[in-house]
Design a protein around this ligand. Structure first.
Ligand code: ADP
Length: 144
């Protein structure tokens, strides 16, 4: 039985999100676990996935963070977990570092993560997933 589950979400990858939904639901079926959803804003090409154009008049990072959080809040609705059991987070930085950092901060006892982008078959485990598996201090469920 898990109390605190961390689910990192790449908000630009709907397919990956759909893959993890049944696994998150299976581990939250009793509605006892708190689920933290985290999205990390790593770099500028990412902003286009938020519907934000990169321009000279780039809004401040805070606004990106706000947009990312809004998108994450939308995505999270698909998981059909009661609102009081959910917390969403949007931060900037390196996805793997921020995932591991939040796992420690909230004392996650399970991380559920997709293995890699479906279209990149060269890697059996993406770089972020690999680092999380290697360095996490709690069990990691890798969804394939
Ligand atoms: P790939 O290199 O194929 O994208 P990754 O290891 O980056 O593989 O992605 C696997 C998983 O890592 C994703 O399903 C997601 O759970 C997590 N992840 C990747 N990028 C981010 C991000 N920017 N924010 C939150 N989680 C992420």
């Amino acid at each position: 039985m898990y109390n605190t589950i961390l689910v990192p979400i790449d908000i630009s990858e709907d397919d990956l999100t759909h893959m993890v939904i049944p696994y998150v639901q299976a581990h939250t079926a009793l509605n006892t676990a708190k689920v933290h959803f985290l999205t990390v804003i790593p770099s500028q090409p990412y902003y286009s996935s938020l519907g934000l154009a990169y321009s000279v008049e780039m809004p401040k990072m805070k606004e990106f963070q706000h947009a990312a959080l809004s998108k994450l809040d939308e995505i999270v609705k698909q998981f059909k977990i009661p609102a009081d059991k959910i917390q969403t987070h949007a931060v900037t930085g390196s996805p793997k570092d921020q995932i591991l950092k939040l796992a420690e901060m909230v004392s996650a006892d399970l991380i559920i993560i997709a293995s890699h982008k479906p279209d990149i078959s060269t890697y059996l485990l993406g770089s972020n997933a690999a680092a999380v598996v290697r360095h996490a201090k709690c069990p990691v469920l890798v969804v394939r």
